[in-house]
Design a protein around this ligand. Structure first.
Ligand code: NAP
Ligand code: GLV
Length: 326
């Protein structure tokens, strides 16, 4: 019997040997993602697809898949690029990589929070521009982090990991999420549940950790920025489209909020003529939340494990749509 065929939409930071033993592999070698039209052709002749968050997996693509197509395995925890209901309707299980990137993403969230509060990027630019003349009492001042109030929007794996790190800074921590946690967990993490509006009003730092969905699309717009303190800083390491970019520009340029640091933009990459790029009180990183060496290798291995399970007709270890098994 011939081996199943798989298409992997980019080079992965791990060894493909376990997969090579059971499947014929084609890897898209270019730095840019395969164009949609290429993917559309590929799915007609493969048994499994290993994709990234930059690949659009929609109804048309799932309909185009051949009869042997069995599994979609995404190397990411977020899966807003995939039409889940279309895949489920076609009984295609979808794998993702939860948990292994939680700490790396929470670490980057803290890196951004601290860099934004203490104006690290501005200070570096200032120094390199030869502007450091002497020690000055009011040079590059920012707010205290220790003792400040942190608001966490979306209290799942990453939101909770951010809270664990905040404990070391004696912060008052509020969270809002779809569900209130068990009191034992709240006590352990030293957090208090509140409404979204009240969190925005009380927090010195607001950090976003929800998935992107119909409910969270542009969750942050003019009204939310108006509720925030003028001294507040927004951190977004979740998905760019959770924040309305025009409203963010208005809020930052008018002083409605003090600053922001974002690892994700809408669209991605951020257009080079985006007005956001002109702001000194905004830090932007290119979607590197999970970009530690160890984390990316674990994500790749997890995505391969999901893919192999799907090819072998087994339940995926980390499945987004377990309804396909009902
Ligand atoms: P998770 O464990 O599923 O946590 C998400 C949390 O958000 C859940 O507690 C969920 O509540 C809550 N939530 C969902 N909709 C909400 C809403 N409308 N309002 C308030 N809370 C809501 O996911 P995670 O592993 O922490 O990852 C979170 C997101 O981070 C991912 O979806 C991904 O988009 C992003 N991410 C980005 C990077 C990066 O490189 N920058 C890296 C990793 C992840 P329920 O579960 O009760 O619905
Ligand atoms: C990265 O953004 C992920 O969702 O894993």
């Amino acid at each position: 019997m011939s081996q199943p065929k798989v298409f992997i939409t980019r080079r992965l930071p791990t060894k493909l040997e376990p997969l090579r033993q059971i499947a014929t592999i084609e890897v898209w070698e270019k730095r840019q993602p395969p164009p949609y039209e290429v993917l559309l052709e590929k799915v007609k002749a493969i048994d499994g697809l290993l994709c990234l968050l930059t690949d659009r997996i929609d109804l048309q693509l799932i309909k185009a898949a051949g009869t042997s197509f069995k599994v979609i395995s995404q190397m990411a925890v977020g899966y807003d690029n995939i039409d889940i209901s279309a895949a489920t309707a076609h009984k295609i299980p979808i794998g993702h990589t939860p948990g292994v990137l939680t700490d790396a993403t929470a670490d980057l969230t803290w890196a951004l929070l601290m860099a934004s509060a203490r104006r690290v990027v501005e200070a570096d630019r200032f120094t390199r521009a030869g502007q450091w003349r002497t020690w000055e009492p009011d040079l590059l001042l920012g707010p205290n982090i220790t003792g400040a109030t942190l608001g966490i929007v979306g209290f799942g794996r990453i939101g909770q990991a951010v809270a664990r790190r905040a404990k070391g800074f004696d912060m008052q921590i509020f969270y809002t999420s779809n569900h209130k946690c068990e009191p034992e967990l709240e006590k352990l993490l030293g957090v208090e549940f509140t409404t979204f509006d009240s969190l925005l009003q009380k927090s010195d730092f607001v950090t976003i950790h929800t998935p992107l969905s119909e409910e969270t699309y542009h969750l942050f717009g003019d009204r939310q920025f108006e509720l925030m303190k003028q001294s507040a800083i927004l951190i977004n390491t979740a998905r760019g489209a959770i924040v309305n970019p025009e409203a963010l520009y208005q809020a930052l340029s008018s002083g409605q909020i003090a600053g922001a640091a974002i690892d994700v933009t809408d669209p991605e990459p951020i257009p080079t003529d985006s007005p956001l790029l002109s702001l000194d009180n905004l830090i932007i990183t290119p979607h590197i939340g999970s970009a530690s060496l160890q984390t990316r290798e674990k994500m790749a291995n997890m995505a391969i494990a999901n893919l192999i399970a799907g090819l072998e007709g087994e339940r995926l270890p980390h499945c987004v749509n377990p309804e396909v098994y009902l």
